[in-house]
Design a protein around this ligand. Structure first.
Ligand SMILES: Nc1nc2c(ncn2[C@@H]2O[C@H](COP(=O)(O)OP(=O)(O)OP(=O)(O)O)[C@@H](O)[C@H]2O)c(=O)[nH]1
Ligand SMILES: [Mg+2]
Length: 364
């Protein structure tokens, strides 16, 4: 790689890329008793019918279904051992001398749920609870098991469309009782899912912001905006330091990382053939040069200058991040980039735009 690409190595460094790739992976366990609404929630988030929704919720299926970021886990209502059943749960019925013959299950397969040790690893657990059923002994037992594993846990109190007053009172009561966040939702209608449930997930486990944005198209733009906000805040704080130019490497690193994160969010990994290397450099050069010039000037005046510098830093990154976000947003839709910088540089001879653009984008 020639000298002119050295700056690319700095900005598009493999360490930053690897860190962003690590951030892009994650796992969320979507657990709940049968019929609680796991499949409905997954399908609503992904705007398609991927996981079958059962009208006959008691139908038995494999306990675990891995779908990208989410692992759907059916939790049987009954405890692991029939001998441990107590008076509040009915004993299994015998059908003509056979156990559960209508479903074709033997006592072993029918009554043995996955042991706790087989619950898949995840960064966070969403326990889906049927609001109409409430906190049954079965739900409570599984809650205790999942909670004891130490991963962050949020309860999605589902089917609130069937309750009066949106299930707010039930959610509060459950939250007080179990001391974990409870979000009332309707998986069927999508009520509170994007507005409350996913933000709650991210606040419990911030590293899931990027994977969630990647996996859930409806949440992508919100995740992008949150990433831009976080980076702008960090950049603003770094920009307050008083020594001119000392902050520049840090600012560049924050900026490059943000672009890599946004690229990962929209499934455009830098470094791929015809990838984003040039775009990263253009973003950094165009967005940064004006900002740093004014910032370094501002540092000549103490106190006010430092604050001004921090504001310029954070504000500049916010504008650049916002433009980048829109660029990816439009690029993903196959439309021409809105970003003026891209158009300017599109005329450069080394710009291998034709190799990387989707067919519709080239036609547009
Ligand atoms: N009213 C209402 N019904 C819902 C809601 N979410 C799910 N249901 C219904 O509840 C039933 C079970 O939903 P599923 O999404 O299949 O539940 P599940 O947890 O995946 O069930 P299993 O895969 O059998 O464990 C279906 O009839 C859904 O239509 C909701 O928010 N409101
Ligand atoms: Mg299901």
């Amino acid at each position: 790689m020639g000298r002119k690409y050295e700056i690319l190595r700095l900005l598009d460094g493999s360490e930053t890329q690897a860190a962003v790739q690590r951030e892009s992976r994650g796992r969320i366990l979507l657990a709940g008793l049968e019929g609680a609404g796991k499949s409905s929630l997954y399908n609503w988030l992904h705007a398609c019918e991927v996981s079958p929704v059962d009208v006959m919720a008691e139908t038995r299926k494999p306990a675990e279904e891995v779908l990208g970021l989410f692992t759907l886990l059916d939790l049987p209502e009954q405890d692991e051992s029939p001998t441990r059943w107590s008076s509040y749960e009915p004993a299994p019925t015998m059908e003509g001398g056979h156990w559960g013959t209508e479903y074709g299950y033997s006592p072993d397969s029918y009554w043995h749920p996955p042991p706790s040790s087989l619950i898949p690893e995840a960064e966070l657990v969403i326990l889906v609870v049927d609001a109409e059923m409430g906190l049954t002994p079965g739900v409570f037992r599984w809650f205790c098991r999942l909670h004891a594993r130490g991963q962050p846990l949020v309860i999605a109190l589902n089917k609130i469309d069937c309750l009066d007053a949106g299930g707010v009172a039930q959610a509060q009561a459950l939250e007080q009782r179990l001391a974990v966040p409870v979000v009332p939702i309707s998986a069927r209608e999508g009520t509170n899912v994007l507005e409350q449930l996913l933000p709650q997930v991210v606040s419990l486990c911030p590293s899931l912001l990027l994977p969630l944005g990647r996996d859930v198209p409806l949440f992508r733009a919100a995740a992008g905006r949150a990433l831009v906000r976080q980076a702008a805040l960090t950049c603003g704080l770094v920009g307050i330091e008083p020594v001119p130019l000392l902050d520049v490497p840090f600012q560049l690193a924050i900026e490059a990382r943000l672009i890599l994160q946004l690229a990962a969010l929209y499934g455009r990994p830098p470094g791929e053939r015809g990838g984003l290397r040039q775009e990263i450099v253009i973003a950094l050069l165009v967005g940064v040069s004006l900002r740093y010039a004014s910032q370094q000037l501002a540092k000549l005046a103490p106190m006010v200058g430092w604050l001004l510098s921090g504001l310029l830093s954070g504000g500049g990154l916010w504008v650049m991040g916002w433009l980048t976000l829109h660029y990816f947003e439009w690029y993903g839709r196959g439309k021409p980039a809105l970003w003026a910088g891209r158009r300017t540089f599109a005329a450069l001879p080394r710009w291998r735009r034709s190799e990387e653009q989707p067919e519709e984008a080239r036609e547009a």
